[in-house]
Design a protein around this ligand. Structure first.
Ligand SMILES: Nc1ncnc2c1ncn2[C@@H]1O[C@H](COP(=O)(O)OP(=O)(O)OP(=O)(O)O)[C@@H](O)[C@H]1O
Ligand SMILES: [Mg+2]
Length: 488
């Protein structure tokens, strides 16, 4: 038994997202799909799972050619997919999400669905409160729910599109254990990523896709250099950060107190210079995001003050913060930053400072073409946000940052980006220091924190746990601090 992909083609306008893809994956495999941003990984997976119809080619499972015209067809045939941005109905309960959209759900009574949920999730080692609202759950928990649902629907092939994006280290360990278990029970697990370490740790075989084509396939282990060369066409070396002299004090937290959920920060003080980069470390939900929300005016502090350029902005509105030169780039791409159905040009117009009444669309398209070039976005001025690959959505968000920003607040600025794109993004961000922009960024990536920050603020359990300059700390200590321990 095997999954065979035969000569799949898929075009979007002039883009050949799948350009004659063929591969065979044996049952019981944990198979990695690697490729740079925009390589065509998600497109191929969406074809396998019935979200897109291929222009030509065949998908064969257990010797049977499948007719995949919808996700329902795919799951019927035993292929299920977890998306890069988990598609769930946020305001609904766990049980509703379990049942909704499932073939055969009509006629299924809630008590038996509840029992099924309990049984399948226990088998998988998960536990859910069926009545909990999905919007309150973490990305990791939503993933577990999606896995449970797909297993319940009889999946034999499970596709994970960048599943480690946005989950905590503990959830990642759990997820990897689940994937290994599923493969050992005879499923085919496809694991899409552009992170070599993850594929090396988890997968027993790998395929590299570049520009819509399979360029490499092998059993693991494969040397990292080989994979990098196959992904990018050359060996990529990240650039070292250049130091710029820090300016005068730009930002001051004055005995700042704020509360949100389980985050309770009391009397936090810090002075940040113009051109300084402050990394915010901590497990997801430890308070980093709340600090960014306070700094952006989305959340009012309960005490103390945020002083920007000598002015107390802590009681100003979000709009007031924008006017003061504060720009916030949140993590959830399509959820918070970009709008579905709105084109690249329209996004850039909406984010531009000049809010003229009439838009000259000819000029706006020309301006958008320049940004597309400058940020190497794979897309056209008229491409809607959802037509861009994950990495290209992130580049568009970066292109939307106005030029004269004083304080830049970023949440996971390179999440979902391949190494080359991440390096590009940081080069762009660090350029802004020369005009005196200060940067506060939250990240779950220790290398990123240590490489780009001047100082790192570590959050633990909803409190500021430690502040370190980059020179006085190292990955090991940072690991301890994030876990709430001082190094002994
Ligand atoms: N619905 C669509 N409409 C138009 N173009 C699309 C659509 N979906 C994907 N594309 C284009 O196809 C190409 C491949 O995109 P895809 O999403 O498959 O890349 P990816 O390998 O998953 O990248 P990433 O790592 O950034 O998620 C990109 O150039 C993308 O812009
Ligand atoms: Mg993708």
């Amino acid at each position: 038994m095997a999954l065979e992909i035969r000569d799949i083609h898929k075009r979007f306008g002039s883009v050949r997202a799948s350009d004659g893809v063929s591969m065979t994956i044996e049952t019981g495999s944990l198979h990695g799909i690697l490729g740079e941003n925009g390589a065509g990984k998600s497109t191929l997976m969406k074809i396998l799972s019935g979200f897109y119809e291929a222009d030509s080619g065949e998908v064969v499972l257990d010797g049977e050619v499948l007719d995949l015209r919808s996700p329902a067809d795919a799951i019927e045939a035993g292929i299920g997919m977890l998306h890069q941005d988990p598609l769930v109905f946020l305001p609904f309960s766990v049980l509703d999400n379990f049942i909704l959209g499932s073939p055969g759900a009509i006629g299924l009574d809630r008590p038996s669905a509840r029992a099924d949920l309990e049984r399948v999730s226990t088998d998988l080692g998960f536990s859910f409160d069926p009545d909990r609202i999905v919007g309150e759950m973490t990305v990791g928990e939503r993933q577990q729910l999606s896995i449970t649902r797909l297993m319940w629907l009889g999946a034999k092939v499970l596709i994970f599109d960048e599943p480690t994006t946005g989950i905590s280290a503990t959830q990642q360990i759990q997820l990897f254990a689940t994937l290994r278990k599923l493969a050992s029970e005879g499923l085919i697990v496809l694991f899409v990523s552009h992170k070599l370490e993850e594929v090396a740790e988890l997968c027993d075989s790998v395929t590299v896709i570049r520009q819509g084509k399979v360029v490499f396939g092998a059993r693991m282990p494969v040397p990292a250099e080989t994979l990098v060369t196959e992904m990018f066409g050359n060996v990529f070396v990240a650039q070292d950060r250049e130091d710029v002299p820090l300016g005068d004090q730009l930002l001051r937290f004055d005995a700042l107190s704020f509360t949100e959920g389980s985050t309770v920060v009391q009397g936090f003080g810090l002075e940040v210079a113009a051109g300084e980069v402050i990394g915010l470390a901590g497990l997801e939900g430890s308070g980093q995001r709340t600090l960014l929300r306070v700094c952006s005016g989305l959340l009012q502090p309960s005490g103390g003050a945020v002083i920007l350029d000598g002015v107390d902005v802590s009681r100003a509105s979000y709009r007031g913060h924008l006017d003061a030169g504060v720009h916030y780039l949140p993590a959830g791409r399509l959820e918070e930053g970009l709008v579905e159905g709105i084109s690249i040009t329209e996004h850039l117009v909406l984010s531009s400072e000049s809010r003229r009444f009439f838009v000259d669309w000819g000029a706006a398209n020309d301006a958008a073409s320049i940004e597309i070039d400058e940020y190497s976005i794979k897309g056209q001025p008229g491409s809607p946000a959802e037509a861009l690959s994950g990495g290209n959505q992130q580049r568009l968000l970066l292109a939307m940052i106005p030029t004269d920003v004083r304080l830049l607040l970023l949440e996971h600025p390179t999440r979902g980006l391949d190494v080359e794109s991440a390096d590009f993004v940081w080069t762009r961000l660090l350029d802004r220091r020369e005009q005196g922009t200060a940067i506060l960024f939250a990240s779950a990536d220790l290398d990123e924190l240590l490489r780009y920050s001047d100082r790192i603020v570590v959050f633990f359990g909803g409190k500021v746990f430690a502040v370190r300059t980059v020179d006085e700390t190292d990955p090991q200590e940072l690991g301890y601090l994030i876990g709430g321990k001082e190094r002994v």
